[in-house]
Design a protein around this ligand. Structure first.
Ligand code: SF4
Length: 323
């Protein structure tokens, strides 16, 4: 199957201001440092990892909300990075985002109807009457009353606000929706409702999702494949089954060992990692995980591991992994 999105060697290095007056700094924060992955039509690719691993920066690079330092982002075969502004504006209609904080992502001074219609106005789609009709239709699609169009965001609960955000993301019929921690600010009881809504919309409108989350339980119920990020790189990628039942990378093993056991016969032991994630300003040499890795060997601090394909759809970067 042809990929909807192809990301190759994507990097974002943020330059750091020099502390010496009139001297240019040569240092940079390597927030995303050579990421490769594909996303296929109709699937949900989960992106997991600890805070600060580069998940959200990567999402913004895919959508070109920030410009990459280097790399390729192909959407349906066209490179978003080198596209002219007008073509990018058109193409981005097909890639929408749902942000984490349903409170901060809706302007409190604008009515719900205007918020949902905003993408239609920006892209000059339809007239006043057709936009109103579309807003009402979208409110019903996300399980809200169409009369809510005249109300303001502060009148809604967190779960309802996230439904409004989802309606907004769907306004101009996207193909790829990037969900950046879409339920992490919500109560657990509401999380399940929003996840079910996202799944239902995916089936109804043939949507493809990139689902960023630090919550592995949420990922378990939403994603077909998982990419595990550590310090700006994808260290392992595979189907949920491959990552959950047969993780290859020591970091993935530790991360997924924290999920509560599904059965009393599950003999997986919890692996506690030492230390914290190193600074992306000065990442460790060789394998960036070597300072915390419980099974590191001599070469790990000297040489960066290659990506090894262990099975169809399953890849990991570690010196200890055999083909
Ligand atoms: Fe651990 Fe070495 Fe593998 Fe990195 S390459 S994960 S340090 S064993």
């Amino acid at each position: 199957m042809e990929a909807l999105l192809e990301v190759k060697d994507l990097k974002k290095h943020f330059p750091v201001a020099s502390t010496i007056p009139f001297k240019k700094s040569t240092q940079s924060v390597k927030a995303v440092d050579g990421v490769n992955f594909n996303v296929y039509p109709g699937e949900t690719l989960g992106v997991v990892g600890e805070s600060g691993c580069g998940k959200s920066t990567m999402a913004r690079l895919v959508n070109q909300l920030i410009t990459p330092t280097s790399g390729i982002v192909h959407f349906k075969g066209d490179d978003l990075v080198t596209m002219n502004k007008e073509t990018l504006r058109e193409t981005r209609k097909k890639i929408q985002m749902i942000f984490q904080d349903p409170y901060a992502s809706l302007d409190p001074r604008i009515s719900v109807g205007e918020l949902i219609a905003e993408p239609l106005v920006i892209h000059n789609v339809g007239d006043k009457a057709s936009r109103k009709k579309r807003v009402e239709e979208l409110l019903e699609i996300v399980g809200l009353n169409k009369r809510f169009a005249d109300r303001y965001p502060h009148e809604f609960s967190g779960g309802q606000r996230q439904r409004i955000n989802i309606a907004r993301a769907l306004t101009i019929n996207p193909e790829l929706v990037i969900c950046d921690e879409p339920v992490s600010a919500l109560d657990v009881s509401v999380q399940a409702q929003v996840i079910n809504l996202l799944k239902q919309l995916q089936a109804e409108f043939q949507l493809t999702y990139i689902f960023i989350s630090h919550d592995l339980n949420v990922v378990r119920y939403t994603c077909d494949r998982i990419a595990v990020m550590y310090l700006g790189k994808i260290v392992e990628i595979g189907t949920y089954e491959q990552i959950y039942s047969n993780p290859k990378h020591p970091y993935t093993k530790a991360l997924f060992s924290a999920i509560p056991k599904e059965s009393p016969f599950d003999d997986k032991e919890r692996i506690i990692l030492k230390g914290t994630v190193p600074s992306p300003l000065n990442p460790p040499s060789g394998c960036s995980f070597h300072e915390r890795c419980p099974v590191a060997i001599d070469i790990c601090s000297k040489q960066e591991p290659n990506v090894v394909t262990t099975a169809n759809t399953h890849q990991a970067s570690c010196h200890l992994i055999q083909k």
